[in-house]
Design a protein around this ligand. Sequence first.
Ligand SMILES: NC(=O)C1=CN([C@@H]2O[C@H](COP(=O)(O)OP(=O)(O)OC[C@H]3O[C@@H](n4cnc5c(N)ncnc54)[C@H](OP(=O)(O)O)[C@@H]3O)[C@@H](O)[C@H]2O)C=CC1
Ligand SMILES: CC(=O)N[C@@H](CCC(=O)OP(=O)(O)O)C(=O)O
Length: 343
Amino acid sequence: MTSIGIVGGTGYTGSELLRLLAGHPQAQVRVITSRADAGQRVADVLPMLRGRCELAFEDPAQAPLGDCDLVFFATPNGTAMEQAPALLDSGVRVVDLAADFRIKDLAVWERWYGMRHAAPALVEEAVYGLPELNREAIRGARLVANPGCYPTAITLGLLPLLEADLIEPSRIIADGKSGVSGAGRKASTGLLMAEVGESFKAYSVAGHRHEPEIQETLRLGTGQALGLTFVPHLVPMVRGIEATIYATLKRPGVDLTSVFAQRYESEPYVDVMPAALPVETRSVRGTNLCRLTVMEPQDKGVAVVQSVIDNLVKGAAGQAVQNMNLMLGLPETAGLDGVALAP
Ligand SMILES: NC(=O)C1=CN([C@@H]2O[C@H](COP(=O)(O)OP(=O)(O)OC[C@H]3O[C@@H](n4cnc5c(N)ncnc54)[C@H](OP(=O)(O)O)[C@@H]3O)[C@@H](O)[C@H]2O)C=CC1
Ligand SMILES: CC(=O)N[C@@H](CCC(=O)OP(=O)(O)O)C(=O)O
């Protein structure tokens, strides 16, 4: 059994890691941290894990994370960059679910995240953990930067179009909508049910930190510089992201669904659907899948992509487990076989 540590086990992505790893045949969580709940039994704090987890939360400063084969950081931005270097030095592999190692351009990262980077050399070494783009590099990596939730949905929606040189890269619009679990578990007035329920709004319209992440990933991955406008929205639901992406086609009349189907033919977690089928967040709820459709409505020369993921699974913990499986040489799909909850 591979021995796993999780820093930040009481948050939404940390507890999702626990849920997924409880069903993993070859990996076992041995260390789990929380500062606020240190000393509490995991099963008392997260009753879904009664009978499935005998651990207690430990303070991260004292927890024996160095004894693990791999440690996940499910912590706020700026935490892993302080703690990962010592773990890597002692031979532990690291997957960071936050953004500390996602952007190679340090000046861009520091501008968007408002802090000095504590481990610049590791930014250069880290592999961006989108298996559909970087599978081979992830296999050999010591440190994986797990992608952001919106960037996962949007990058997967744009990759086939850019790789096949089908769209104008200079004017792309991505309209993202997220459930409230995307904002994490910490208390915030703006996330109260009475604030979010029966309402719908765009936010960070002037600029969101996921935009530079998407731009850099696609520039490094396809060699094309994007002109991207990304606007996120908050939806009164718990889980899920839907992104609708609009791009001008260079050549009209291409069978776009076939292009997508070929690009993702051997991908276990990308499902390209016929354009007539509905793309719904509930069809991926609890799963590691990204479901996509693509079409050119009314032959008007614009490609419209719809992409859905569960922000906590393919957008965070599930993709992190997929990366862990690749890094440790385990079957890529181990622990990730669940079918979506319906309704
Ligand atoms: N929610 C989502 O959909 C997604 C989240 N992410 C990213 O994943 C990370 C975790 O997100 P999420 O689970 O939502 O966050 P939460 O706010 O729900 O949880 C954060 C966790 O980190 C712990 N923590 C906070 N500060 C520290 C610290 N300084 N040192 C060690 N542990 C700390 C908290 O416990 P305690 O304070 O008790 O130690 C808690 O367990 C974030 O960086 C987020 O941006 C990425 C993709 C999607
Ligand atoms: C609904 C909501 O608030 N979502 C978060 C993004 C999700 C997230 O966790 O950001 P990272 O993927 O970069 O870690 C936000 O817009 O800030």
